[in-house]
Design a binder for this molecule. Structure first.
Ligand code: P6P
Length: 336
């Protein structure tokens, strides 16, 4: 019920799972603490000298912002000592992050993007943290990359924190999706958006139109029809949004519906897409499906993909079910 703190909500959920050991609850609490610390650094911005580039590149070959590094360190330091994780994987780290030998290990793995949309930092637009929790294989003291390569259907939890006008945590553990707003006066996330549901229909699409010439035909057809609306055979006119921050786009879709696309494009053909499967597409797909939406590459359900490496990229088409289904049907027709 609305007004519960996130911790209270997690504990009540734990009580519904009689086999729960409580370790997962403690891990979630540690993730929440990390996101609170990140929210503080993001909101400090220029006051703490946190803006601008760090003068380095990450494994993706992307220029790192100072806050990319700061938030990555916060997430790792907040979780490595807790004894709930067997290893971590971060967008900012090429290799799997082991738990230091002097800390106990736990039974979970976490994949995370510490600051998604960080190109928005210097222009004061919303950014966020995305995380995905998997079970570590039993009896593995030092998990390797291969132990992370589980399909998205094996996630035990997925969530994101969006640092915007308010700081909001969205969470699913497989029993629906709940949104929590950070009450800075008491330092707690409070349940403000219980049981979030995505409307099956929408009149709002989100895509980076500057890539149109690089898309495959089914995506071009779908977007062109949205642009034409009633003049192009669709039953309504459409509106468009593009924030260049996936957390902000997905949150908007959870609140009022919509379709978000970062489809395959020939701009970087070898990459297989822009967004990363393990710590962007999979957690967001778990959340979207739990809220009644759909998430596909255009050719397959994202949660069914068997990962090949931890930084793998995939095309992403997610949001209101009937619109995602339409894009998928166009891919099928195009193949025929
Ligand atoms: P573009 C942010 O870098 C991100 O990974 C997503 O959050 C966002 O949706 C997308 O890339 C923006 O990409 O090419 O429009 O800058």
């Amino acid at each position: 019920m609305a007004g519960l703190s996130l911790v209270q909500h997690i504990i009540l959920e734990q009580r519904r799972a009689p086999e729960a050991s409580g370790e997962f609850t403690l891990l979630l609490n540690d993730i929440v603490s990390a996101c609170k610390a990140i929210a503080h650094e993001v909101n400090r911005g220029g006051l703490a000298g946190n803006l601008g580039i760090a003068g380095s590149e990450n494994v993706q070959g992307e220029v790192q912002k100072k806050l990319d590094i700061i938030t990555n360190d916060i997430f790792i330091r907040s979780l490595e000592w807790t004894g709930h994780l067997a290893a971590m994987a971060s967008e900012e780290n090429d290799e799997i992050i082991p738990i230091p030998a002097h800390y106990p290990r736990g039974k979970y793995l976490i994949c995370f993007d510490p600051l998604d949309g960080s190109s928005n930092i210097d222009i004061n637009l919303s950014v966020g943290t995305i995380f995905s929790v998997l079970r570590a294989p039993d009896g593995i003291a030092e998990p390797s990359e291969a132990d992370f390569l589980q399909p998205g259907t094996r996630q035990v939890c997925a969530g994101f924190c969006v640092y915007g006008p308010t700081t909001l945590m969205v969470l699913t553990t497989g029993n629906g999706v709940n949104g929590f707003t950070l009450d800075r006066d008491v330092g707690e996330f409070i349940l403000t958006h219980p049981d979030m549901r995505i409307p099956e229909d929408t009149a709002e699409f989100a895509v980076n139109m500057s890539n149109r010439r690089f898309w495959e035909e089914p995506v071009r057809r779908y977007v062109d029809e949205c642009m034409l609306g009633l003049d192009g055979g669709r039953e309504k006119n459409f509106n468009m949004r593009w924030v260049a921050s996936m957390v902000a786009e997905v949150y908007r879709i959870l609140v009022r519906g919509g379709i978000f696309m970062y489809p395959y494009d020939t701009k970087s053909p070898g990459k297989g897409g822009k967004l990363r499967l393990m710590y962007e597409a999979n957690p967001m797909s778990f959340i979207v499906e739990q809220a009644g939406g759909a998430s596909s590459t255009g050719r397959e359900r994202i949660l069914d993909i068997r990962p090949e490496h931890v930084h793998q990229r995939v095309p992403v088409i997610l949001g209101s079910k009937n619109e995602v289904d339409r894009v998928v049907s166009y891919h099928g027709q195009h193949r025929a």
